[in-house]
Ligand binder design. Structure first.
Ligand code: PMP
Length: 451
């Protein structure tokens, strides 16, 4: 069967068994399979559905396709790499692209940050667990094996592996699976509904001081790391208050605790800079990335470590053929993913993508905040090309309205994400101002149409 042939596929849409075979992730399977939403092609800022409609990609895939879809540069790079070296063992052998990509990523870390050693994974969840494991192993390598405790944040999202859901603060991700690894949580920094702050909230930096309480409780000699997203996406776009990340950094430095930034969403352009660290002027010790690094066309993620962390592993006294860190994935630094990422970075340079994002962001902010006062909108938050709207709860069915709004948008030709009590927007970096207008106008209509 030619998978591009939507007719041969459509014949099966009515077959519940055919649909049942795929247990879909983070999806209401029963609802979806009753009325499947299928994309069969994508080009530029739009998807094509199985029934031939054009859908504007208001979340850049899942925050990962900022350069849009079907980019010939990426298609060529991936095709060429597949034909040249389709796979190379991730352990004990290498290929040139991963070293080139590591250097290119390092070159985009904040100046003088010391973030210059890259460990590759194939996803953001793997990056999260890798960073937590590196943090623990680092302290062991330093002779401080008691430093094992990990601290995340309420509403934090660090993927779905056991480390990530343990430090993460998304209730649904944790309550289904029971006890994870031990972790503490700082309070979230989402301002009360009705704040409607544009960009960074002016107050709330003192929320970082809760870390001092956790240190008083547990003692810094037991704490390995704190992990936060510079701004969170999956929790509904929560922006750090002015001075908050600086305060976290100060406390971590003072008490010898590693600071991990999960930049799976903020990395590679969404914040109008290569990293959230640069955008917010705060340097972590470990920085996780994924998604936009390869424009979503191939799975790739990783952790950038400060050199002193890497060096502490290299200085182990054992024979040089032994592993310094027994960790890695079959698909770490997959050559085809590396080719996609190198092409993504090249396109971003050629097209001055960061400038594009910084140019679009202020108008996007204005437009999205015009929805203040729209029906059901309890709060709006934004940074760069990301925005989150808190939607008032439907009595007895808290998550229903965001879902209905997203479905109404889909009918109008727009894809946006609903999660918890929020609608999330992350349009492609290549969006035109007119497309952003249409997106926000359609959202305004959907808000007024949904009961
Ligand atoms: N960390 C953050 C901050 C994320 O937003 C996500 C994905 N939304 C992840 C980790 C997990 O990434 P993945 O789905 O690639 O495992």
């Amino acid at each position: 069967m030619n998978l591009a042939d939507t007719h041969s596929l459509q014949a099966s849409f009515a077959d519940p068994e055919w649909l049942a075979a795929h247990w879909m992730p983070f999806t209401g399977n029963r609802q979806f399979k009753a009325a499947p939403r299928l994309f069969t092609a994508a080009s530029g800022t739009h998807y094509t559905t199985a029934d031939g409609r054009q859908i504007f990609d208001g979340l850049s895939g899942l925050w990962c396709c900022g350069l849009g879809h079907g980019r010939p540069e990426l298609v060529d790079a991936v095709a060429r790499q597949l034909a040249t070296l389709d796979y190379s063992p991730a352990f004990q052998f290498g290929h040139p692209l991963s070293f080139e990509l590591a250097n290119q990523i390092v070159a985009r870390m904040p100046k003088d940050s010391g973030l210059n050693r890259v460990f590759f994974t194939a996803s953001g969840s793997e990056a999260a667990d890798t960073s937590l494991k590196i943090a623990r192993a680092y302290w062991r390598a330093q002779g401080q094996a008691s430093k094992t405790r990990l601290i995340g944040r309420v509403k934090g999202y660090h993927g779905v592996n056991f480390g990530g859901i343990s430090v993460g603060g998304i209730v649904g991700n944790r309550k289904t699976f029971g006890q994870g690894i031990e972790a503490d949580h700082l309070p979230h920094t989402q301002p009360p509904s009705g704040s409607f702050f544009k960009g960074m909230p002016p107050t709330g930096a003192e929320l970082a001081d809760e870390l001092l309480n956790l240190i008083a409780l547990h003692d810094a000699s037991t704490i390995a790391a704190v992990i936060v997203e510079p701004f969170s996406g999956s929790a509904g776009v929560v922006i750090p208050p002015v001075g908050y990340l600086q305060r976290l950094r100060e406390i971590c430095t003072q008490h010898n605790i590693l600071l991990i930034f999960d930049e799976v969403i903020t990395g590679f352009g969404r914040a109008g800079a290569w990293t959230g660290a640069e955008a917010f002027g705060v340097t972590p010790d470990l920085l996780n990335f994924a998604k936009q690094v390869s424009n979503g066309v191939q799975p790739l993620g990783g952790v950038v470590a400060k050199q002193e962390i890497y060096d502490s592993f290299m200085q182990s006294g054992g024979p040089d053929y032994l592993l310094e860190l027994p960790h890695g994935y079959t698909y770490s630094a997959h050559p085809v993913a590396c080719a996609a990422a190198l092409a993504t970075l090249a396109v971003m340079e050629q097209e001055h993508t960061l400038d594009q994002v910084r140019t679009l962001a202020p108008a996007f902010e204005e437009k999205v905040h015009n929805l203040r006062g729209a029906r059901h909108v309890a709060d709006i938050r934004n940074y760069g090309l990301a925005a989150g709207l808190t939607i008032t709860a439907h009595p007895g069915e808290p998550a229903r309205r965001p879902f209905e709004i997203a479905m109404s948008m889909f009918k109008k030709g727009f894809y946006v994400r609903y999660g918890g009590d929020t609608i999330q927007l992350a349009p492609p970096f290549i969006s035109t101002p007119a497309q952003l207008d249409s997106l926000i106008n359609a959202l305004g209509e959907s808000l007024s149409e949904v009961a």
